[in-house]
Design a protein around this ligand. Structure first.
Ligand code: C2E
Ligand code: CA
Ligand code: CA
Ligand code: CA
Length: 276
């Protein structure tokens, strides 16, 4: 400001200051939580048309000593604002690979695919490929069972660079899924160029398929498009038999949602797959 320090005080906003302070406190708390082992992965089943569990998605939770289980939407956005998301991403990758290695030793579980969420920030770091390769070899997992869920935000910039990275991952055997499909702005021309294995229909479209004609049209279009591009399509957030029937009728072959099971700790899933 042109009148120097005095005038700047006017811009001091106590409410904003509070928000910033609480964010900083949350970030520090989160870093401590990571070091103290308070982060956990829960796993939600992904099923085929016969309701067989074909895979799971790893979803992060924070088991806070006072506040209990904190869902990811309350802390991932804060982590995304700093390099903390990279440390969390690395922890997720290694924790999921350690679990996958365990499952690959058990006959009833060895067929499972494990999908993890990768933030765009993490995907775009120069050593992302190396961290995936290291996790795969350190835990001795079959890479073809590992799936990375990416969002359209990874491809806003340099499509060629993203494509090159994806091709290296594909060469390891890793599978690639495009998460929250339909909610972003990426063009179909981009999508067509990328070596994806799967499109994931966002929960917001699935929720209203029976009641909102525009969501119905959207879901049909996504399924058709996936089929035309020879991509598998999975619907997330399937809660009712009605939604499932609609999706099946229009050619969707994989499903995830409370109708099949909620995200649970690995030990509970073990029981569920063997018992079911
Ligand atoms: P997402 O990747 O779209 O994950 C799906 C979310 O939908 C999960 O919420 C899941 O619990 C929820 N869900 C699944 N089926 C149903 C259903 O039938 N009904 C309803 N109402 N919800 C359902 P969650 O676990 O709270 O995760 C929210 C978001 O947080 C994820 O959305 C993802 O963007 C992010 N996230 C979760 N884990 C990680 C992680 O390890 N790393 C990163 N970077 N982000 C993560
Ligand atoms: Ca996901
Ligand atoms: Ca989603
Ligand atoms: Ca709607």
């Amino acid at each position: 400001a042109k009148n120097g320090g005095r005038n700047q005080v006017r811009f001091f906003d106590p409410d904003l200051q509070k928000v910033l302070e609480s964010r900083a406190a949350m970030e520090a708390d989160l870093r401590r939580a990571l070091d103290a082992g308070q982060l956990q992965l829960h796993y939600q089943p992904q099923c085929d048309v016969e309701r067989r569990v074909i895979g799971v998605e790893a979803l992060i939770r924070w088991l806070h000593p006072e506040r209990g289980l904190i869902p990811p939407l309350e802390f991932i956005p804060i982590a995304e604002e700093s390099s903390l998301i990279l440390d969390i991403g690395c922890w997720v990758l290694n924790t999921a690979c350690r679990q996958l290695a365990e499952w690959q030793k058990q006959p009833s579980m060895r067929h499972l695919q494990v999908a993890i969420n990768v933030s765009a920030h993490q995907f775009n770091t120069h050593d992302f490929i190396k961290s995936v390769q290291t996790a795969i070899s350190a835990h001795g997992v079959d890479a073809t069972a590992l799936k990375l869920e990416l969002t359209e935000t990874v491809i806003v910039n340099d499509v060629e660079a993203v494509k090159a990275k994806m091709l290296v991952l594909k060469a390891f055997g890793v599978k690639l899924s495009l998460d929250d499909f339909g909610t972003g702005y990426s063009s179909l021309a981009y999508l067509k160029q990328l070596p994806l294995d799967q499109l994931k229909i966002d929960r917001s479209f699935v929720r209203d398929i029976a009641t909102d004609p525009s969501d119905e049209v959207m879901v049909k279009a996504i399924i058709d498009m996936a089929n035309n591009f020879h991509l598998q399509v999975i619907a997330e957030g399937v809660e009712t038999g009605e939604q499932l029937n609609f999706l099946k009728l229009h050619g969707c072959e994989a499903f995830q949602g409370y109708l099949f099971g909620r995200p649970v700790p690995a030990s509970d899933l073990n029981f569920m797959v063997e018992g079911g």
